[in-house]
Design a protein around this ligand. Structure first.
Ligand SMILES: [Zn+2]
Ligand SMILES: [Zn+2]
Length: 240
């Protein structure tokens, strides 16, 4: 099994990341990727670029270094009701939206409800790094919704790599197990902030094989899965 898309990457447009789109795409090609999503931060994060940055992604060629570029964003979840920090106009315009909690708080049932509402939103493609224990949620209910709406739960490689987050590996093993039970897609993303880690999924492969997670539920093991999700989201075939 090989993963062929990295759908959560940052460029220096997010102030705490350090590489360009081109540098990331060069590495993506070296890593054997067919697709890469650009997911710089949306306006509520302090390091986010001007909103025009997100709107103007059509300026970037669709194919860069033989890698298909998905125009995306990492949107901030701004309340416990499935609210994001971008408007519907931008939601519709983009190919790929990762929705992540970075700040705020809520009870387990509030966070669960918020995640389910986000999955219901036709423009949200995946829930980013749900491993933060500060945002505890009912995994079974959320994975069920993820299956129903054919979206994806993210296995975030940067979080696994971070030695300070020992408990994260246990979290993701549990998430893979529940996703397998509920037949929910998992997308493995690097959340790269520098070009050298784009497409390097190594720490995730170990966890996936230990859990025995089925390949057919790994969204980014098959370009067709990613395409179908993007086409469902946009209502048009951007790959045609
Ligand atoms: Zn994030
Ligand atoms: Zn990120």
């Amino acid at each position: 099994m090989k993963l062929i898309a990295d759908l959560h990457t940052h460029t220096l447009a997010s102030a705490h990341a350090y590489s360009t789109v081109t540098e990331n795409s060069v590495q993506a090609e070296k890593a054997g990727l067919k697709m890469m999503a650009l997911t710089d931060h949306a306006p509520y994060m302090e390091d986010s670029p001007h909103i025009w940055h997100h709107h103007n992604q059509q300026a970037i060629p669709r194919m860069l270094n033989n890698v298909y570029i998905l125009r995306g964003i990492e949107a901030d979840i701004i309340d416990n009701n499935g609210g994001l920090d971008i408007d519907e106009d931008l939601e519709k315009k983009l190919d790929w939206i990762v929705a992540s909690y970075h700040w705020g708080d809520g009870t387990r049932s509030e966070i669960t409800n918020s995640y389910i509402k986000l999955l219901e939103n036709p423009h949200v493609c995946c829930l980013g790094h749900t491993d933060n224990p500060h945002f505890d949620y009912d995994m079974k209910e959320v994975c069920k919704a993820c299956h129903n709406y054919q979206k994806a739960m993210e296995l975030n490689v940067a979080r696994i790599r971070d030695a300070r987050r020992i408990e994260t590996i246990g979290f993701y093993k549990r998430m893979l197990t529940v996703c397998a039970e509920e037949e929910a897609f998992v997308v493995v993303n690097t959340d790269s902030h520098f070009w050298n880690t784009v497409g390097d999924f190594e720490p995730a492969y170990k966890i996936i094989s230990e859990v025995g997670f089925p390949e057919k539920l790994l969204l980014n093991a098959d370009a067709e899965n990613v395409k179908q999700l993007v086409i469902r989201k946009n209502g048009v075939d951007v790959f045609a």
